[in-house]
Design a protein around this ligand. Structure first.
Ligand SMILES: Nc1nc2c(c(=O)[nH]1)N[C@H]1C(S)=C(S)[C@@H](COP(=O)(O)O)O[C@H]1N2
Ligand SMILES: [Mo]
Length: 561
């Protein structure tokens, strides 16, 4: 690789001569850059499975982006992409990464050394990102080093082959079709004054580039497919089930009565299956915590520090409760909430063992990956509230994404201030002494759930046949307060009270339905509002989720034809 690419014909700055050709000539170099980057990140992501999650440059970069993102961006990602927000993050990283890699490939065409230096600089930045992760250890640089080495080698090989390819093609074209180019300085004429390449030589350089690119594509695709990042999306519920055997509950939750569902097609089931349960957290890779290694430490403003392990926890009289979890970032009409039967031990009992001091007013729960939530002590010690240290969800051990092996579930508070997954620590403290992850990013420190409701049927913009009855159905929730009534309004008409499904308890959502007879043909809208057991009506004032939940009434449009 002695000649740099700008010395070859057809690539010097004659803007008018053959732009389409020049553009085509750059393509193999763009491919070289993208493949080299894909091999780098893919191989590192694959090897990272032998080390901790932070050892994958993709994971560490993604986690760093999440930590450094301004609050509005995180809020936007959660509200608009919901449980898919991590997929969107990876895809955006992929697009930006590809553009950067293609640019490095294009530069490597001008100067292979420059390309290699830029590639190494990016690798160095990623090494630093890996090292700066709180959960990484020095050994975690190994996958990035190996990946970067292979990526750099690929860049050199592929760029070299791409140069060979474009030179062979260009040399012919210059000699045969572009006499004007002959008056360029001698240095750049070298290739054009040489004899035209033979058909054989051209075929050879094409084969060389294509076979290298094919091998590169296979390595990149294979390592990405079996790498850590892709597999992090596939962690299922079944896997955890095999690793922990739940005891029989000492207190069973009452069976769900048939009347808890309104029985309308298109309504979500009253109990959300684990596989459909929304997932929101800052963990790009689900923390892996084995039940044998798990402990929960209760400390801080307590008379006695308490630590409990999984064997002890499973020996305690566990209780089952139906509780609907909700995310503060849920937009009006959104689906960032789910209802499950949780199995766990009352947190109040564990706190009673530690005996909080009189000045304490908050519990800062912390997960294995350092995320924190601030929950009022008063809520956690409430005799009438099933605040759980949960190990089971709908009859199974917690799925990995939902906090395996143990998490908190608190009726009546949004998840961000209470539902710590992979929980390992409860620090008894004060609101004026410490703040939690989202509080530091502008969200309310306490986060009680507001009364809310949603129309599930018909879907927005549905077409309903005239002559049939119009059935409208949905969900309403005001956890730990209870739903008193739900009202609907067709177009700008009067609010009408609708039929409620049976109340299972005040901690779960409640389904409702209504039938409108004789709705005229044409476009219509229907709005919903709920009233909680304290008599508060869901406001129609629209407000963003930050700092303590979106407000406004869900309204959908549909047409009768
Ligand atoms: N460790 C940890 N726990 C967490 C979070 C998190 O980012 N990290 N997010 C919280 C938020 S914002 C919500 S809404 C709930 C969601 O729980 P789920 O993913 O099981 O539905 O988990 C909470 N627990
Ligand atoms: Mo949330």
């Amino acid at each position: 690789m002695t000649e740099t690419v700008h010395e070859t014909p057809g690539t010097t700055g004659r803007g008018h001569s053959r732009p389409p050709t020049r553009r085509r000539q750059v393509i193999p170099h763009l491919i070289a850059g993208v493949l080299a980057a894909a091999i780098f990140l893919g191989v590192a992501d694959l090897i990272s499975q032998l080390f901790g999650p932070a050892s994958s440059p993709l994971v560490s970069l993604g986690s760093t982006i999440i930590t450094l993102s301004p609050s509005w961006l995180q809020d936007f990602a959660i509200s608009y992409f919901g449980s898919n927000n991590k997929l969107v993050l990876y895809l955006s990283m992929g697009v930006v990464g590809m553009i950067l890699a293609a640019a490095i490939g294009a530069l490597a065409r001008r100067s292979l050394r420059l390309g290699a230096i830029l590639f190494s600089a990016v690798a160095l930045v990623l090494l630093i990102v890996v090292l700066l992760r709180p959960e990484s250890s020095p050994l975690d640089v190994v996958p990035t080093l190996i990946g970067a080495g292979l990526g750099l080698l690929s860049l050199l090989l592929l760029s070299g082959a791409a140069t060979g390819l474009t030179r062979a093609v260009a040399a012919d074209r210059v000699d045969q079709a572009d006499p004007v180019d002959r008056d360029r300085p001698a240095r750049t004429r070298r290739a054009s004054t040489s004899r035209p390449s033979t058909e054989d030589e051209r075929a050879h350089s094409r084969r060389r580039f294509l076979s290298l690119a094919a091998v590169g594509t296979a390595v990149a695709a294979g390592s990405i497919t079996f790498g850590r990042s892709v597999n992090a999306f596939g962690v299922g519920a079944g896997e955890a089930a095999a690793r922990l055997v739940l005891p029989t509950p000492a207190v069973r939750a009452p069976a769900i009565p048939a009347g808890a569902s309104v029985g309308v097609d298109g309504m979500p089931p009253f109990i959300t299956p684990n596989s459909d349960f929304y997932r929101i957290d800052t963990a790009l890779v689900v923390p892996e915590l084995s039940p044998q290694d798990w402990t929960l430490r209760i400390h801080g403003l307590v008379e006695e520090e308490v630590t409990i392990d999984m064997t002890e926890l499973l020996d305690l009289p566990l209780e089952e409760h139906h509780i609907t979890l909700a995310c503060v970032s849920n937009p009006v009409g959104g689906d960032l909430l789910g209802n499950a039967t949780w199995l766990g031990y009352p947190i109040r009992e564990l706190l009673a063992r530690a005996r909080p001091l009189g000045e304490a007013d908050m519990v800062l729960s912390r997960s294995i990956d350092g995320w924190t939530a601030s929950t009022p002590l008063e809520v956690l010690t409430d005799e009438d509230r099933a605040c759980l240290l949960a190990v089971g969800m709908n009859g199974e051990p917690l799925p990995a994404q939902h906090g395996y092996p143990a998490r908190l579930v608190v009726p009546g508070l949004y998840g961000y201030v209470s539902a710590t997954k992979w929980v390992t620590e409860l620090e008894v403290t004060r609101f004026d002494a410490e703040t939690a992850y989202w509080t530091d990013r502008g969200w309310d420190a306490e986060g009680p759930i507001l009364v809310a409701s949603r129309i599930d049927v018909p879907r927005p913009l549905a077409r309903v046949s005239s002559g049939e009855e119009l059935v409208v159905a949905g969900s309403a929730w005001a956890q730990h307060e209870g739903i008193e009534a739900v009202e609907l309004r067709l177009d700008d008409g009067e609010w009408e009270s609708v039929e409620l499904a049976d109340e299972v308890n005040i901690d779960t959502w409640r389904q409702w339905r209504h039938t409108f007879a004789d709705v005229e043909s044409g476009r219509h809208s229907v709005s919903v509002r709920a009233i909680n057991a304290a008599g508060e009506t869901q406001t129609d004032e629209r407000r963003d989720p930050i700092p303590n939940a979106a407000t406004g009434q869900h309204r959908i449009e549909f047409s009768v034809e």
